[in-house]
Design a protein around this ligand. Structure first.
Ligand code: ADP
Length: 434
């Protein structure tokens, strides 16, 4: 029996998931981040990677046919010709690139996704002005570099990670405007996520007891891996993440971009994954209710009645999607004395914002919403689900799986070259290779 390994390097830790050919999870292992010392960050990643490999039972390791890794989007680094880092990596939320936006604004098309302080390209420009740049040969994303540790090839990336570097995912090339920046470095060669890059390095296969034919495949980013894990796979399928914030992703045959609302599209095979993120969400609920109260009060909500409260729940001023207004004030008044009524108003208002978000994506050209998978802490709330169903008017399903590592294991299965038959084998079926 063959199996497939997906590894997720997320914001709170790393996780490995081994799945069978049928898409069943066979083993899951976690490595939490304990230190925040940037100087040791790549040592920490390397230790995490090899510790995860070691913890997989040896009989399973022997059957792993392909491995893929996802990283956090826009976590980037520079390395020399042998793959050694020349400086500390810049993490996904590092905004030192802000000082490069003016220069970038003269070159990149208006409203391009690279025009953000945390984009990979803004970070690369900032890095190019540091003394350590003289020794740099390759610019890589976190997932690219971790993949290199396993297959030994420098300078290969996937088009999910490369989007915020400016890579043109419509035409599969770096755009001409990027050349005007004249950055003297190897930009990664970009392949489709899940593409088999090379066999596992023989010394690693031997050390950890993997088969010598085990393939290492191109990875993806953490949020796309989580989308793939959900089970969503057809145009009109969406995933709402009810975590600290409200994040919508809708699979569409058309590409939708609108920088005003922070909307852009990732390519997923022949489809486009479009979406937006609102600052409303579970963080506002948590400000007023501990999780246990949330559960109890939610059960007491009378679903036969609609709440008359019309809120825009935010922790602080401003939202971008579905209302683009940096000065939008939180609207949480009037607040009834009864906490059940207050919670009803909050949940219903968030359901309205979610529905407005999907409406906006469709108005901008995305496919008609057909069904919504739900992930995140709020997915467990049946009362909220019932309220959301009233607004969304489509079937709501719980995500098959919410683990990014699981989605990345599915990508590895596609890259492992199987003629896939399992119901979860979306990497090959719904997102065809290019
Ligand atoms: P993130 O990873 O974005 O921090 P999670 O997916 O872990 O978020 O979800 C945590 C959020 O879920 C919290 O903000 C919390 O308020 C919310 N939450 C937890 N339990 C419930 C519930 N029963 N109903 C609604 N929201 C909930």
């Amino acid at each position: 029996m063959f199996c497939y390994l997906g590894i997720d390097f997320g914001t709170s830790g790393a996780r490995g998931v081994v799945i069978s050919f049928e898409g069943n999870m066979l083993y899951s292992v976690r490595y939490p981040w304990e230190m925040s010392n940037e100087g040791n960050l790549t040592t920490c990643w390397q230790t995490a990677l090899f510790t995860l490999l070691e913890q997989i039972p040896s009989e399973l390791r022997l059957q792993i046919k392909a491995i893929a890794i996802n990283g956090t989007s826009s976590t980037v680094l520079l390395c020399d010709a042998s793959g050694e880092l020349v400086d500390a990596p810049l993490l996904y939320n590092d905004d030192r690139g802000a000082v490069m936006l003016e220069r970038l604004g003269h070159v990149a098309p208006a409203n391009h996704t690279v025009l953000s302080a945390t984009s990979s390209l803004a970070k690369l420009l900032w890095m190019s002005l540091q003394p350590s740049f003289a020794e740099a040969r390759y610019f890589m994303h976190q997932a690219d570099w971790l993949g290199f540790l396993l297959h030994g090839k420098l300078g290969i990336s996937d088009y999910h990670n490369a989007l915020k570097l400016g890579y043109d995912v419509e035409n599969f090339r770096y755009p001409e405007w990027l050349e005007k920046l004249q950055i003297p470095i190897h930009l990664p060669k970009v392949v489709a996520p899940g593409t088999a890059i090379a066999q596992l390095l023989p010394e690693i296969a031997a050390k950890f007891g993997f088969p010598s034919y085990c393939l290492v495949c191109a990875g993806t980013t953490d949020s796309i891996a989580a989308f793939i894990a959900s089970g969503a796979k057809l145009p009109g399928d969406a995933v709402t993440s009810l975590g600290s914030t409200l994040v919508l992703k809708l699979l569409s045959r058309t590409r939708v971009e609108d920088a005003r609302y922070g909307i852009y599209s990732h390519r997923l095979g022949d489809l486009w994954l479009t979406g937006g993120a609102s600052n409303t969400g579970g963080a506002v609920l948590r400000k007023f209710f501990p999780d246990a109260e949330l559960e109890r009060y939610s059960r007491e909500i009378d679903l036969g009645e609609s709440s008359s409260l019309d809120y825009y729940p935010l922790l602080k001023i401003g939202d971008r999607f579905p209302i683009n207004d940096p000065n939008l004030p939180p609207r949480l008044e009037p607040r009834p004395d009864n906490p059940v009524e207050f919670l009803h108003g909050l949940l219903q208002s968030m359901a309205r914002i979610e529905a407005r978000g999907y409406e906006l994506l469709q108005q901008l050209g995305a496919d008609k919403l057909k069904r919504v998978y739900t992930a995140g802490g709020g997915a467990a709330n049946d009362t909220w689900t019932a309220i959301r169903k009233r607004y969304l008017q489509v079937p709501l399903l719980r995500s098959d799986n919410t683990e990014a590592a699981y989605g990345t294991a599915l990508l590895a299965m596609g890259g492992g070259g199987e003629s896939v038959g399992g119901s979860n084998a979306i990497a090959n079926n719904a997102f065809p290779r290019l």
